[in-house]
Design a protein around this ligand. Structure first.
Ligand SMILES: NC(=O)C[C@H](N)C(=O)O
Length: 337
């Protein structure tokens, strides 16, 4: 009987990349002062014996870095490994442990390029495992619970933080000191409580199986950079980024992706030189940029990022540019993904 139940458990692979969930501090009082990316995946899994009741879990250390240092090469390496595992008959779900600083970028990247229905869950923590009230253990337990569940199939890449199931497309790190750090402007998709998931809504945007992008066809990612806007901003950063080879510049704009009159001429000139200009917004709770609102995008041939924040807009632009350099196509992708 027991053997029978055992064989019914899903096979979940945990790909570890580092971050605070693998962090260690000098004392239990250190919730903010610690070193990220210190503890190996075997140790993390061994620290949660309850995982074995949820799934047959095995770990793989893909890299060991703090996520602020992740590169496009790292993204591709991780994406390819996820794809290989997703293609394997022996794997039912994939969990990725990740630093929280760029977790939203990696989750969105995988959401765009992984051709699978199998659950892919990205998870991190706000406190190292050595701290009092560390959140990594439960976040990882929840990630494995969702990864091994049938209901998580076909819902795109998901993020489990603070008991919530978030869409990897929508979710963002909104605060750096609380465990309730990850929010989506459109709300979580569900909750995980005691290893069981409860769903409330579905992602409306194209992802994974329904995406036109495939990690298997992406050899490298183009240089796409972000320039931040504020009062008194000038055009120096935009010009410098283009000069250093950026194929597209994400304008991390104020408000509705608005552009300072001191910057507009430079962006018009860069577009004429072939650089794609994407207008996004850096407002805290989530931007919402519409075409020809604030700036005449049709006239200047610029693209708007709609509700994607600047860092997510960078991910979609990089992936999109592997297929097209047509601004109308880029804009279509920004509406659809
Ligand atoms: N909470 C964290 O994981 C932060 C860390 N700097 C990282 O992203 O790797």
């Amino acid at each position: 009987k027991e053997v029978e139940t055992q064989t019914k458990l899903a096979n979940v692979v945990v790909l570890a990349t580092g971050g605070t969930i693998a962090g260690a501090g000098a004392s239990a009082a250190n919730s903010a002062t610690y070193q990220a990316a210190k503890v190996g995946i075997e140790q993390l899994i061994a620290g949660i014996p309850e995982l074995s009741k949820l799934a047959n879990v095995r770990g793989e250390q893909v890299m060991q870095i703090a996520s602020e240092s992740i590169t496009n090469e790292n993204l591709l390496q991780l994406g390819r490994r996820v794809s290989e595992l997703a293609d394997s008959k022996d794997v039912d779900g994939i969990v990725i442990t990740h630093g929280t600083d760029t977790l939203e970028e990696t989750a969105y990247f995988l959401n765009l390029v992984e051709k699978t229905d199998k659950p892919i869950i990205v998870v991190g923590s706000m406190r190292p495992g050595t701290a009092m009230s560390a959140d990594g253990m439960l976040n990882l337990y929840n990630a494995v619970a969702v990864a091994s569940s049938k209901e998580a199939h076909g819902k795109g890449v998901l993020v489990t933080m603070n008991d919530e199931i978030q869409s990897g497309r929508d979710v963002s790190k909104m605060i750096n000191i609380k465990t309730e750090a990850f929010k989506s402007p459109w709300g979580p998709l569900g909750m995980v409580v005691e290893g069981k998931s409860y769903w409330f809504r579905l992602p409306a945007k194209r992802h994974t199986m329904d995406s036109e992008f495939d990690i298997k066809n992406i050899k490298s990612l183009p240089d796409v950079e972000i320039a931040y806007s504020y009062g008194n901003v000038g055009d120096t950063a935009y010009k410098a980024l283009a000069q250093s080879g950026a194929k597209a510049i994400i304008h991390a704009g104020t408000g509705n992706g608005s552009v300072s009159s001191r910057v507009v001429p430079a962006l018009q000139a860069l577009r004429k030189d072939g650089v794609q200009i994407i207008r996004s917004s850096h407002v805290n709770a989530g931007g919402f940029v519409l075409r020809n609102a604030e700036q005449p995008d049709d006239k200047y041939d610029w693209v708007v990022a709609h509700d994607l924040n600047p860092q997510k807009a960078r991910i979609l632009t990089m992936v999109a540019l592997t297929k097209t350099n047509d601004s109308k196509e880029l804009q279509r992708m920004f509406w659809e993904y």
